[in-house]
Design a protein around this ligand. Structure first.
Ligand code: SF4
Ligand code: SF4
Length: 333
């Protein structure tokens, strides 16, 4: 396997940044996130970021169209930026799974979101594996993720202690490893054992069970403590609710979209005032049914990567692993 010593990563990133718009995990102002690389800047390659990388493809706010009118004539322009070829470096396997799930939503079933696609197509992915839970709230293994290795990327890096083992996962990845060959050695490597995860929710058969639990009193019980703050949805790498709004000034204006949250009552309130999810019970139920029932029914995958972000930041300790446990304990008639 090709290997690169960790002390050479800064020099490697300096070289990569000449070719790519390079995004790396950075400590940030109290919230680690993927941000543009600056030479000599702080790169935080230990563990996952608090903010997921979904905004790289699906920005928090994004202008989509601009329009103008001139008497009876009108014009409409799609605001598709063509970003420079970009690289997301250091994505953890849980977040690679989240990108895969967002691809389902934005690129399949006959719907292609050109705004998402334009960024996704230009992004080279480099993942870094974990040799165990990066945080106490991690449970990716239970969600079908191999914490040590990702396949749906261009290059994967195994964490071997003082060095990384590099494997190409695409043709572009092969070309990348050849281009930067001077940074790598060839060595026999032994992958470290994966340390045990404390959280191991059992999701076997959960989708089928939830199909019979829409009206179960569990939802009233678990939703009682939710504050409806939406932090869980904004931090979740797979949540993708959005709203489209417009601004008009004179004879011109634009349409933009911004992240929304199914945990907000306004999210489902209709123009006439009716709200099909009027209380916390319906909103919390929807969040968990979407992740564990509706999404697997539509796309075949659970919409949770086990990243643990929602567990770690919910102000009232709403814990999806505990809710999965409670669902399993329900005895259906
Ligand atoms: S972070 Fe917790 S309190 Fe806030 S909306 Fe999510 S579950 Fe409710
Ligand atoms: S539901 Fe929670 S643990 Fe699952 S992917 Fe979203 S933030 Fe991560």
């Amino acid at each position: 396997m090709k290997t690169v010593v960790k002390s050479k990563i800064s020099a490697l990133l300096d070289e990569i940044a000449k070719e790519f718009n390079l995004l790396v995990p950075t400590a940030g102002d109290g919230a680690s996130k993927f941000a543009p690389y600056t030479s000599g800047g702080q790169v935080s390659l230990d563990g996952r970021t608090l903010l997921p990388p979904k905004d790289v493809f699906f920005p928090q706010t994004e202008k989509m169209y601009k329009f103008s009118t001139d008497g009876m004539a009108g014009s409409l322009e799609t605001l598709l930026e063509a970003p420079k070829h970009q690289m997301l470096f250091g994505v953890r396997p849980c977040d690679v799974k989240s990108i895969h799930e967002l691809d389902h939503v934005f690129l399949t079933k006959g719907f292609v979101d050109e705004f998402y696609q334009s960024k996704r197509d230009r992004t080279f992915l480099v993942s870094i594996g974990c040799n165990g839970p990066a945080e106490p709230t991690c449970f990716c293994q239970s969600m079908g993720v191999n914490p040590q290795e990702s396949d749906a990327v261009d290059v994967h890096l195994f964490d071997l202690g003082s060095e990384y083992g590099a494997v190409a996962k695409s043709e572009n990845g092969e070309a990348f490893l050849q281009k930067y060959a001077s940074f790598f050695n060839e060595a026999e490597v032994q992958l470290p054992a994966i340390s045990e995860f404390a959280l191991k929710p059992d999701v076997e058969g959960i989708t089928e069970k939830l199909q019979q639990m829409f009206d179960h009193p569990l939802w009233e019980e678990v939703s009682r403590k939710c504050l409806g703050c939406g932090a869980c949805t904004y931090l979740c790498p797979t949540c993708h609710c959005f709203d489209i709004s417009g601004r008009v000034a004179g004879n011109q204006g634009f349409k933009f979209r911004c992240w929304d949250s199914c945990m907000f009552s306004e999210y489902t309130r209709m123009a006439g005032g009716h709200n099909p999810r009027p209380s916390k019970k319906e909103r919390v139920r929807n969040r968990f049914l979407h992740k564990l029932q509706y999404f697997p029914e539509r796309y075949g995958d659970l919409l949770c990567t086990g990243c643990g972000r929602c567990l770690s930041k919910c102000p009232v300790n709403m814990d999806i692993t505990n809710i999965i446990k409670q669902i399993r304990e329900v005895e259906l008639a």
